[in-house]
Design a protein around this ligand. Sequence first.
Ligand code: C2O
Length: 572
Amino acid sequence: MASSTLLLCTTKTPSSNSLTNLSFFSKPSCLFVHGKRNQEHFKVSCCMGEHNEKMNFDRRDLLLGLGGLYGAANLAPLASASDKLTDEPIPAPSLKTCSTAYIEGNIPVPYSCCPPPLPDGMAMDDVPYYEVPECSQLRVRTAAQVVDQDFIDDYNDAISIMKNLDASDPRSFQQQANIHCAYCNGAYTTVGGKDLQVHFNWLFFPFHRWYLYFYERILGSLIGESTFALPYWNWDNPDGMYFPSMFNQPNTYPDLYDTNRSVNTQNGTFMDLNYVNTEAQTATQSQLLPSGDCSTSGFGTIENMPHTPVHLWTGTNPGTKLSNGNTSYGEDMGNFYSASIDPVFSGHHANVDRMWNIWKSFGGKRVDLTQTDWLESAFFFYDEDCNPWRVKVQDCLDTVKMGYCYAPMATPWVSYKPQKKTTKGKLDPSSVMAAESIFPLSKLDKAISFSIKRPATSRSQQEKDEKEEILKFKGIKHDNKEYLRFDVFLNADKTVNTDELDKIEYAGSYTSLPHAHNASHEFVPRVFNLAITELLEDNKLEDDATIVVTVVPKKGCQVLSIQSVNIELLDC
Ligand code: C2O
């Protein structure tokens, strides 16, 4: 039994959709690591099948998703020693210090996001470290668009039971949603008196993996199904780039439905992975609030794109009225404090989690970090029997060991390369200012181009396999109150149009969802890393000692400052 289930997860199963005529499934690792992709592989115009009528829309959305994932090197939470605030692992948060969480700025969440107290007499240090139990049969997480009716019935029942548990029960729906709020909106304090924050840094993947792990086990135990597995929202595949319909049937599946959503989730709207919320007000300098991030800073592209735009695309528009009469702060998915109140949150994060596995399957330098301060970092959860546990990052690196896997679907983006060039030929680095004379940059209120020196040129394939070239923005500070985004290009003109990002020069985007920090905690600026080895090759810049970088503000960047930028080689 167990082996056949395993097989299901490890066999490459080209999807039955219109993309099967493309040879995406052959050796993605070679394609990426060696940069020898067949440029003819991806012809959107002839493979969109039934979506053809939406061609323009599809193109932009699909390619942006791909753009965000472009250069699979960017999938990982890249971090290097210089990004660290501390060399200590981040310990599981102490429930004792759990206090108010904030919606944004100094607006408190109107209820406590802290977990139920430990059993009588138990101190935080007594909470045991979790050992993943042996399992005989894997839970197989399946794409939301292909699960069957029986599954959806079970899933809705499980959430329904969860919603009916007493609010003080750690397994209850409200308590499960509170976990995300507490870890993301400033309820916990960690090393050095800073806010514990599991976004924007290398805790992003492991925190959300452990979160889903317990959430899934709780749901399974509530319906007595030991192999119950969450569905994943397959937004990296054209067939899954809609709001999954099981979450949108208030009459049939009321417990999977959520009222606080944007109209984007209705009527089979094709997803916009380039989504920028245009109605949210623009922050002004006076809205700048102190904030603090903790732990190791420096986050990978997958968190920026498409993770954050999917949140934003799903949640209500900030400033609009919610059904309860309150003014929206992006609820539910568009603000971290409320994101996991929407049942689709787990489907979204299951796909993010799947990306981590896919990234590792490319092999080569796509391996997990080995720093002890990451491996030993820990979180706190209650399990399906209400037992409290501390869990370590090092124990969540292998999902099969954890007892679950992902049923494969097509991954067209793996071998996709944008074709469109916005720039003719090579820009002359001496025609723009040098990075040293532009940074520190006090505000990103207009597009800037600058020249920047590379630490090495004409690197051999072996050197590239050993070290990834990273374009690193350091000391990014901004308001946390609204969505913001800037886009980065190599060898592109300042006038580059960012409504469509499927361009050969596109390197990636920095994004931030509104979230809050405890105003009394120290502000920690962010680091943003972009892996550019492949991009340099594609733009024929590998032999150039100095290159032109262009940064284009897309949303909310009037209040964003950047301390410095450089290019470095990161050990893989
Ligand atoms: Cu913790 Cu997608 O957010």
